[in-house]
Every structure is written in C-alpha cells, then in structure tokens.
Design a protein around this ligand. Structure first.
Ligand code: ATP
Ligand code: MG
Length: 564
C-alpha cells in the first residue's frame, strides 16, 4: 500500500493507535466474513481490500471466515467460488484456522461454543426464552423515543429458561414459537439494545452440519463471538452495523466475564468493531439477493455474466485484479455514503491494460478494400506492445484485398474526417500509404467494396517525399485473416439508480443494448489466443478471450472520463 493520503484513512489511524497502545498482543488480526449465499461483488472487493489490506499493512493476519450461521441459501459452491475470487484478487488468508487450512474458518464450527455461551448467559440471568409472536415482539420493543414494554417472560428464573432453551434445541417447538433474548435494557434509546433476539428456531438443514441444529444464533450474537474466539483485533464492517456496535461490545463484555477472550503476548484480545461506507456503483445493483434474482430469471447468463458487478463477472469481462484493487484504493475509505462511477473503474482497467495488453488488429464491422495496383503479398512485423519492449513481435501478411472497419470510410467525408474517403490518402498501419479512388455499392446504397491504390514507395508507412498523411487505419488481410466473434458490452441498466422505484421495479430499467454480438476478422496471430488472454484490438478497445472462443469487450479504448 502506498503512502498517499487516501490510504491514511481513519481505520488505519485507529489500528495504528491500538498497535501503539499494545492492545493487539503483537499482531493485528482482521477478518473478511462473507456469507456463502452468493458470489462476491465489487462491494465485497472493497471490504476485502480493506480487511486484507490492513492486515498486510500491519504485518498481521486476515482470516477468511465463512459466516454460515444462516442455514438457508448457503452452499459449498458459493464458498468455493468466494475463495477462488479472493485469491484471484490477489489476497491470501493467514493465521491459525479452525481445520486443516491456515487462516480459514467456518462460523458454523463454533455452534457448540455459541450454544454453550448462550446457556452461560441464561444461568447468569442475562438471557431468557420468549414466546411473543413477531408482531407482539415488535410492538413491545416500541420506538426509540419511548421505553419499550418488557416481555412477560423477562423475569423467568434461569432453570426454566434452561429447560425451554434445551427443548428448543431438541426440536420440541416450531420455527418462531420461542426464541432466546439477551436481557439488556428495554428503555435504551438504541432499540437494538432492547433485549435483542440472540437465538432462533429454524428447522432447516445446514449445508455442512445437516440437521444437527434447529436453533441458530443471530448475527449480532454470533459475530462478536466469532471475532473473539478467533483472536480478531479489528473487525471492520459497513456503516449499517454502527448502531449494532453497543451490542457487539455487550457480547464481548460477557465473553470477558466468562474468561473466553483469547490471550496473545500476555494481552487479553478484545475485538473491536468499526464501520466504513459501503461501495455503491451507479448503473447496477449490488445486493446478492437481486443478483440471484437476475441469475434465476435468466436476465443474465449466470453469476459470471460479464455485465454483472460480481468479481467473477468482471474477470470474464477482462478486468484485472490490479485495476479492481486500484479502484478500491482510489475511492478510499470513508464514513459517508456515496456513489462511485463505474467509469472510474473502467479508467483503472484501461490504464493497466494500456501497459500490458498484447496488441492485435481486428476489424469487427468489416468492409472490403481492394488495392488495385498491389501484386502478390508482403510480410510485416509489428510489436506486440509498443510500451513493453520485452513483449516481442508478431508477423502478418499484407495482400491485395484487406478488411477495414466500415466506420473508417465515408464516401462523402465530413469536415475533419481524415480516414478513408475518395481522393484522400490514409496510412494502413505498418504497411503503406493508400489512396482511395472510389467504392462499389449494392442496390440499397450500402458500400460493399472500396478501391484504391498504394504508393509503392511508402512501404512501412511513410512517404519518401515526407508529405503528411493524417489518418492511420487498422486493417486485416483478407486472404490470411481469421474470423472472430466479439461481444460488445454496455452497462446492464440504463438508469443511474435502478432501485429508484424500489426493488420490485429494478428490472424495468435494464438496458436493452447491454450486449451486442458482432463478427469480423482478425490477424492470424489472434487464432493462438487462449481463454482469459487480454488484448488491445488496435483503435477498437480492450478484449478478453472467453471460454466459447468469442472475445468480450472489456472497455473501449478511450473515454472522456478523467479521475479527480
Ligand atoms: P449483500 O447485501 O450484497 O448481499 P452482504 O453484506 O449481505 O451483501 P456478506 O457476505 O454478509 O454480504 O458481506 C461480507 C462483508 O462484505 C461484510 O463485512 C460486508 O459489510 C461487506 N460488504 C458487503 N457489501 C459491501 C459493499 N457494497 N461495500 C463494502 N463492503 C461490503
Ligand atoms: Mg449479509
């Protein structure tokens, strides 16, 4: 991480302070806690950059913890892909781990411990079983301005609570019939403090533990326990959890009383939570629930559709891990919600690919050009990347018939159109100077063939008399070029905020032109491309080869966007 101002954000200062105060026992430990109920998206990538980035900066560990405390909708497929995507982003979890894999944890492996802690709370008179219905519970809890009403079960003796809690665990009751609540403060202005539910009944199989449990801990109870038992020092999450922080601290206090805090370097590790603003992007939606809906209704062709804001979608689109990390770095970490422009992400992608992508010539909307006075064929060698001397070169052939992009020709040129037009000279990249003499059209008026001649003394591309030729065009030799298919992507939604009318309506704002398939021709070297390889199609854009052999446009070559 560099020393720029954006990286000296409040979280970093907070951790620096704790390290200096000796609170970490010699090691900063953070965690990234995804719920394996979907694929991770660019918002998670930001959290990953913060969680792993801070651990890296302080020479500590970042745990990867599958936060699998909610049995429905979780799966190993999701968990495996989350791991794959984090690794692809360039981060490595480290630390002890709860099984064979260093740094890796499953929250569900702590269910026994969490259950035991819940019983401890009951014994200490700090939790009770409650059988209010959800509606009653909400009504009793009340509003922040006025104290809530205590549950009739609030003062039940511990023995009875223990009996009921065990019956809950043993499957005696239906979902929602009973729950376990922490006994805190029904008058607190923070309603999360008004005897929150910490365990609930869910008769649902867990993807790892099957039917072992039918009671599951709530997030607010589970998360501080997970952090504490793993020895996490700094637990960073998004702003919506700020109001839950007193509850987090309450649970940590109870763990401290129970002697359950981990010791490191002679220091008792008290995990602390801090919050930062989520990453929001315009022209897309980011909640896993909505992304899943798009996958299930086949609005997109899977979680890794190149239009998706998921990490795997961005990978298939050709985005690089470095550009995603740079983007997260540039938007920075703050305490105020804001929206980021996907154009900044694309700018980061372009900056990197300009330096690294292999150059190829491809014509995606081809029209034929016949060089009337050209005989035979000649070989050309061009650099694979003019910005990288070590990148090597590739060879291609120039012949009498070539393809150029339809947009590079105008029969009656506009002012300042320096590309191909009758009577006008252009340079054919790496080959020669060409002068157009005219074109042939079909009955509908569409240009089907362009004719012209080359300046036989201009081989390589420059005129011997030094006359200037303004336009340089890319082209593909018709005899040796290979067919290519490409998909041109635009944003998935045409509306800046697709959720402006609520989550029922967001699909109304899909961009009908978010993908367009085209086919054309490319220089022969492109035939050797492997899936995942990235290219700059000269003058056209950055593309990545997909698994079906087509090329996905990652980003266009230029954009007016400039980062602030
Ligand atoms: P979603 O709402 O998209 O389903 P989530 O918050 O439920 O996401 P989790 O798997 O629970 O997803 O999140 C794992 C971590 O990623 C959490 O710490 C969460 O705060 C963080 N995170 C999720 N979305 C964003 C975002 N848009 N920006 C920054 N961090 C995020
Ligand atoms: Mg979640």
């Amino acid at each position: 991480m560099n020393e720029s101002d954006t990286s000296r954000h409040f979280l970093r200062q907070w951790i620096e302070g704790d390290v200096a105060a000796g609170k970490t026992g010699g090691k900063v430990v953070t965690r990234f806690p995804p719920e394996p109920n979907g694929y991770i998206h660019i918002g998670h990538a930001k959290a990953i950059c913060v969680d792993f980035g801070m651990a890296e900066l302080f020479g500590g560990d970042c745990h990867l913890r599958m936060d699998d405390t909610n049995p429905a909708k979780e799966s190993d497929e999701y968990a495996e892909n989350i791991k794959k995507d984090i690794s692809w982003l360039g981060f490595k979890w480290s630390g002890e781990g709860d099984g064979k894999e260093p740094g890796f944890y499953n929250a569900s492996n702590m269910f026994d411990k969490m259950y035991e802690i819940a019983e401890n709370l009951i014994r200490a008179g700090q939790a009770y079983c409650c059988n209010l219905t959800q509606e009653e519970w909400k009504a009793y809890r009340g509003v922040p301005e006025k104290p809530g009403v205590p549950s009739p079960r609030r003062d039940t003796p511990p023995e009875e609570n223990l009996r009921i809690f065990r019956e809950m665990r043993d499957g005696k009751y239906a979902d929602g019939e009973w729950c376990l609540r922490a006994k805190i403060d029904m008058a607190s202005p923070n309603i999360h403090f008004r005897d929150p539910v910490i365990y609930r009944i869910r008769h649902v199989s867990h993807y790892h533990l099957g039917d072992k449990w039918c009671v599951y801990p709530m997030y607010d109870f589970a998360h501080p326990i997970e952090d504490a038992l793993e020895g996490v020092t700094h637990s960073m999450c998004t702003l919506e959890f700020e109001v839950h922080r007193p509850l987090y601290d309450w649970v940590v206090d109870r763990l401290d009383e129970m002697g359950l805090l981990v010791e490191r370097g002679g220091v008792k590790i008290r995990p602390q939570q801090r919050e930062f603003a989520r990453l929001n992007l315009t022209h897309t939606v980011m909640s896993k629930r909505l992304l899943l809906q798009m996958v299930q209704t086949k609005v997109v062709d899977g979680w890794d559709d190149p239009r998706m804001p998921t990490v795997c979608g961005m990978r298939r689109r050709g985005f690089t891990p470095g550009a995603i990390r740079e983007f997260c770095e540039r938007i920075g970490v703050s305490k105020t919600e804001s929206e980021s422009d996907p154009a900044l992400l694309e700018w980061c992608v372009r900056e990197e690919l300009n330096k690294t992508a292999t150059r190829r010539m491809a014509v995606l909307d081809p029209v034929k050009v016949v060089v009337d006075n050209f005989v035979g064929s000649r070989e050309i060698e061009l650099p694979d990347n003019p910005l990288d001397e070590g990148a090597g070169t590739r060879k291609m052939v120039f012949g009498r018939e070539i393809w150029i992009d339809r947009a590079d020709f105008m029969e009656i040129p506009e002012k300042k159109f320096f590309r191909m037009a009758p009577g006008q000279e252009v340079r054919l990249r790496g080959a020669c100077i060409f002068k157009c003499t005219g074109c042939i059209k079909d009955e509908s008026g569409k240009v089907v063939e362009i004719h012209g001649t080359w300046d036989e003394q201009s081989w390589g591309g420059n005129a011997v008399d030094g006359r200037k030729v303004k336009g340089t065009l890319h082209w593909v030799d018709a005899a040796t070029g290979v067919p290519v298919k490409a998909r041109l992507y635009e944003s998935l939604f045409s509306e800046k905020n697709p959720l402006k009318d609520g989550p029922e309506k967001f699909l109304d704002y899909l961009n009908p032109g978010s993908v367009r398939e085209v086919s054309g021709f490319a220089e022969p070297a492109l035939a050797d491309a492997k899936p995942g390889e990235r290219f700059q199609f000269e003058r056209t854009g950055y593309f990545v080869k997909d698994r079906d052999g087509a090329f996905n446009r990652t980003v266009t070559l230029k954009d007016s966007y400039k980062p602030a």
